[in-house]
Design a protein around this ligand. Structure first.
Ligand code: SF4
Length: 222
């Protein structure tokens, strides 16, 4: 399978940026790995718009590990409220900030195995930090990458972790960094969880699922 061609076709059908790309665009001169890390923790189980709002609210007031570690928990909760599960996230963000100061001298680690030791940091968050903060090849698999990869038949897996493992075998390494930004957008705009736009899909000819026929059947029954 030619993933260069597939990625190119998908790219031509999409608009907009991921919330992390938007974040980087706002501060192009200096990418802040700490802000990328915190923003990615905030992005868990919420929409990009809410993640961006929560990140901007928090960093308008507290923008270093020392500041967040020293902030009142209730204050952090209020600032990130819009991101959902705000109590858990506020606690994790405060704990992460403290560990980064005490164990890593204020710097976000560049190593996957160190990153996943931080509270609230799983494979997806760690991989996002690697690619968006440090430009290190990785494949962060969220619900969109997991769904698209299974529907197309690239993988046959049950969990995002299994999907990541399989995609690492089949995606050429120099596409890893772009795979997240491309497939997240593709999953949000075309291969949506419900009502995927199969009739507009640029890769319908290589997709194993292709729901367009079942939609026609549903329409005819009505
Ligand atoms: S054909 Fe449909 S199910 Fe397959 S990748 Fe495209 S949108 Fe998703």
């Amino acid at each position: 399978m030619d993933f260069y061609e597939i990625f190119n076709k998908m790219n031509q059908s999409l608009n907009g940026l991921t919330h992390l790309d938007e974040l980087i665009q706002k501060t192009p001169r200096k990418i802040d790995p700490f802000k990328i890390l915190i923003s990615t923790i905030l992005s868990v189980r919420t929409k990009d718009k809410n993640t961006s709002t929560a990140t901007e609210n928090l960093f308008a007031k507290y923008y270093t590990p020392i500041m967040i570690a020293g902030a009142e928990l209730e204050d952090i909760e209020e600032l990130i409220y819009v991101s959902g599960t705000y109590k858990t996230k506020a606690l994790r963000i405060k704990q992460v900030s403290k560990i980064i100061i005490e164990k890593y001298s204020g710097n976000v680690p560049k190593d996957f195995n160190e990153l996943i030791k931080l509270p609230g940091v799983g494979n997806k968050v760690a991989n996002c930090v690697l690619i968006y903060a440090y430009n290190i090849p990785a494949i962060p698999v969220d619900i969109h990458l997991h769904r698209v990869s299974n529907r197309t038949g690239w993988v046959d897996t049950k969990t995002p972790e299994q999907t990541e493992k399989e995609l690492r075998k089949i995606f050429p390494k120099n596409l890893w960094i772009d795979s997240n930004r491309l497939l997240v957008k593709f999953g949000q705009q075309i291969c949506r969880p419900t009502y995927p736009k199969c009739n507009l899909c640029p890769i319908i000819d290589i997709c194993k699922r292709n729901f367009s026929k079942s939609f026609t059947k549903i329409k005819k029954k009505k």
